[in-house]
Design a protein around this ligand. Structure first.
Ligand SMILES: C[S@@+](CC[C@H](N)C(=O)[O-])C[C@H]1O[C@@H](n2cnc3c(N)ncnc32)[C@H](O)[C@@H]1O
Length: 274
């Protein structure tokens, strides 16, 4: 295993060279690994529960996002977008933001692109979330499509860049999600998956109190919906740790996958090139 540190600890880039496939247990090779909201018994019921959950919180999603992250979410989207300036600077490039929700990652990509933005498309399977994205982008040349990330309605090799912010973790099958991303990327195309992590040390201890106790309570109170904000910490706990996620990315077709932690590892960006 090789860890390359570039400057500060938060900029540490983990490049796991030579992590053998045997590091994934035999069981995990055959078992589907993905999100599993309470009560879901298979990938189909898990996906249905996830869609219903986000649809139920769509009206308050943005407010709660900014409030519960103390607005750091904006910084994470911006940092993610900055990593892909070389693609966003090409007006002919095709960009897909998967699990786009109300569109904030897609908007960050567009802002980073400047005056001649590429074609940016947001995809999500919750109609209610997409409606809000549409309202927020009135007058802008943004396009939104209702689609399941595990069965994308796009031909092979269509995109130069695929991003996903805080959405990938909710897929009912992470490997199938990665394979779909690889399929729709052109050779040499890039992907950026921004999602939560589990910070370690003292920061991790303090953060866990906030994330597992305060956040679910406040989220439930403001959204008026019981469930989604308890699911959030559970889904992060279930999500593979960086070494395993990187191994899954390599297997899917991103040979030099890397991970950069953001804000003590509370979030982090996975990157890959097809
Ligand atoms: C936590 S939100 C993230 C939204 C947005 N990217 C952001 O950064 O705020 C997760 C989104 O993923 C979507 N999602 C989850 N599973 C999906 C799937 N299989 N196909 C499409 N969208 C999915 C949900 O509907 C939801 O809008």
């Amino acid at each position: 295993m090789r860890w390359t540190f570039c400057g500060s600890v938060t900029e540490a880039v983990c490049v796991l060279a030579g992590l053998r496939s045997s590091n994934l247990s035999d069981q995990s090779k055959t078992t589907i690994v993905g999100a599993a909201p309470e009560g879901a018994s298979d990938p189909q019921s898990a996906a249905r529960a996830v869609r219903e959950m986000f649809t139920s919180i769509a009206p308050r999603y943005d407010l709660l996002n900014h409030l519960l992250s103390f607005n750091v979410d904006r910084l994470w989207w911006m940092r993610t977008a900055r990593n892909f300036t070389h693609i966003l600077a090409q007006p002919e490039a095709r960009v897909l933001d998967l699990c786009c929700g109300t569109g904030d990652m897609a908007f960050a990509l567009r802002r980073q692109a400047g005056k001649a933005p590429p074609h940016i498309l947001g995809a999500d399977f919750s109609h209610a979330m997409l409606q809000r994205a549409g309202d927020k982008s009135a007058g802008m040349s943004m396009r939104w499509v209702e689609a399941d990330a595990l069965r994308l309605p796009f031909s092979n090799s269509r995109f130069d860049l695929v991003t996903s912010a805080f959405g990938f973790r909710n897929l009912a099958d992470y490997d199938a999600g990665l394979r779909e991303i690889v399929r729709v990327l052109r050779p040499g195309g890039e992907c950026g998956i921004l999602d939560f992590g589990e910070p370690r040390g003292l920061v991790g201890k303090l953060y866990r109190v906030y994330f597992k106790r305060v956040l679910p309570a406040v989220g439930t109170l403001i959204s008026g919906v019981k469930g989604p904000y308890a699911y959030l910490p559970a889904s992060v706990e279930r999500f593979p740790e960086p070494p395993e996620m990187l191994e899954r990315m390599r297997r899917a077709g991103f040979p030099e996958a890397s991970w950069t932690p953001y804000t003590f590892g509370i979030a982090g960006l996975y990157r890959g090139r097809k």
